[in-house]
Design a protein around this ligand. Sequence first.
Ligand SMILES: Nc1nc2c(ncn2[C@@H]2O[C@H](COP(=O)(O)OP(=O)(O)OP(=O)(O)O)[C@@H](O)[C@H]2O)c(=O)[nH]1
Length: 455
Amino acid sequence: MDTQVIIGIVVVVVPLLALIAGTGLVLRRRRQISLTDTQTQTVDGGREVDKSGGYRAGSGFAFSQGGTATADPEAAGEGVAEEAERILAETQPDVVRPVDEDPLAQLPGTQVPVDDDAMAVETAVTAAETEAAEPETAEPETAAPELDEIAPTEGRLSRLRGRLARSQGAIGESMLGLLGAGDLDDDSWEEIEDTLVMADLGTAATEAVVTALRAELATGKVRTADDARGALRKVLVEQLHPQLDRSVRALPHAGGPAVVLVVGVNGVGKTTTTGKLARVLVADGRRVLLGAADTFRAAAADQLQTWGERVGAGIVRGKEGADPASVAFDAAVTGIDDGVDVVLIDTAGRLHTKAGLMDELGKVKRVVEKKAPVDEVLLVLDATVGQNGLTQAKVFAEVVDLTGVVLTKLDGTAKGGIVFRIQDELGVPVKLVGLGEGADDLAPFEPGAFVDALL
Ligand SMILES: Nc1nc2c(ncn2[C@@H]2O[C@H](COP(=O)(O)OP(=O)(O)OP(=O)(O)O)[C@@H](O)[C@H]2O)c(=O)[nH]1
């Protein structure tokens, strides 16, 4: 063949083959399913930020993102910057990172105090890393503590329903007994009212339940015991406002980690709840940092540290009597620097005057907001204290903007009805319930499952 013809064929065929191969590759790529989670998006610093909003990541717990705004010192109030700087200059909280994550913790005796200057932390970390890289001079490594196995987070409320057995007697059995007896006379209705009041529903919720039940019975469709149970279930679930958003705003956002404040009077179960919540988040694959801002009682910080160590969560704690706001602030700073997903701050509740509470909690929130928005303020209430709990709740609601309630010790009371009142009177949803002293005895509050457990 003539050389010119061969050159001509090469000139035409090679680009054609290249074109066919290129088109095929593009089409093949388009047909491939992307394994990248479209719900997440990488932001500055390479940390993945969950964009899913409310989700149930393999657990019955719903978590969501709070505000995405970065902390604005102006928005945090006048003089807050100065206030934060002053209290930070006065105190030096300690940071204890989990052994397997913290280069400092690879070396013995490395629970170094960290001051407010992030540079100091970085310098210390770099020094420790350098040391760790030279095994001949380094001390033997401390063995990582064994981490707890966390009980499955799915279906917790159903699994723990036996714990509500005491409440069951109060609402379920007697109400169903009365409703199942057929036509109800005035005495029976009065007895129903008494049962509901005794179970701590309060007058407003009791009246609402009774009115709705009368309406259900008036339809004439309630003939059997099963019908009665169905009608009662429907009415009680409606009274619990199932449409309320009960997701805990504990997911990181573009501004940094989520910040959750846990508040309440002493003894209600704040520290325990903070620890239990950390476990749920860790089980869902989140990196958690704890802030021990309850500085009134050294044991409270020890208790929280133990909770953290059991699941590999770090902690920022201060000396006994340190300013809680400075510990909370430092927890936020450390959480941002370490790129954790969520900072859970346990606060003190040992305040007997509203003014004192106002000062302290208000300050904790303001100072934290200098660094990061507070996404969730969870009020912990002890279900066994009844009316007193509501009075406390109202004081807290005046001091900080509550976003959710955790009702603890529901396993030890016949007064599960308090759930109805809290929501009605505070206008804040019950998001979580404590059903025992065990590490995994925390469940999401689900109206349907809760009422099923009562009936
Ligand atoms: N039965 C039961 N006990 C609980 C529950 N939650 C907490 N507790 C217990 O309540 C007690 C007080 O709990 P803490 O977590 O120390 O309470 P706190 O509010 O942090 O208390 P202070 O640190 O004193 O402010 C502990 O004995 C807990 O085990 C629950 O849901 N059920």
